[in-house]
Design a binder for this molecule. Structure first.
Ligand SMILES: [Zn+2]
Length: 105
């Protein structure tokens, strides 16, 4: 008879008390703060613009069409929400590669 432990453990429920260290994941509708060379940014994943609404991505200057999941970001300081921009997710990731001299918006 092998002693079997019928314990239910989640992958983060660790006996050494480190269970709090969950990985940060992109959860739709939940803001997170990203620290980048160009500052701290609040980033929100959105499932897509409202029907009939379209935004222009500052990264590629193409339209983000209705229903396309993308992100909204703004500077992580008081009042930064006035600077909200809609980005294609990939363009946001690549914005650091756009080189100097470009507007960060
Ligand atoms: Zn884009």
């Amino acid at each position: 008879m092998s002693p079997r432990r019928a314990r239910r453990r989640g992958p983060f429920d660790r006996p050494d008390g480190r269970g709090a260290g969950r990985p940060v994941e992109a959860v739709p509708g939940v803001d997170r703060v990203e620290t980048s060379p160009d500052g701290d940014w609040v980033v929100r994943n959105v499932s897509g613009p409202a029907l009939g609404k379209a935004y222009r991505c500052p990264g590629c200057e193409q339209e983000i069409r209705s229903g396309v999941p993308h992100i909204v970001s703004w500077p992580a300081w008081p009042g930064g929400e006035d600077e909200r921009r809609h980005w294609h997710t990939a363009c946001w990731r690549n914005r650091a590669n756009r080189g100097p001299g470009r507007s960060r918006y």
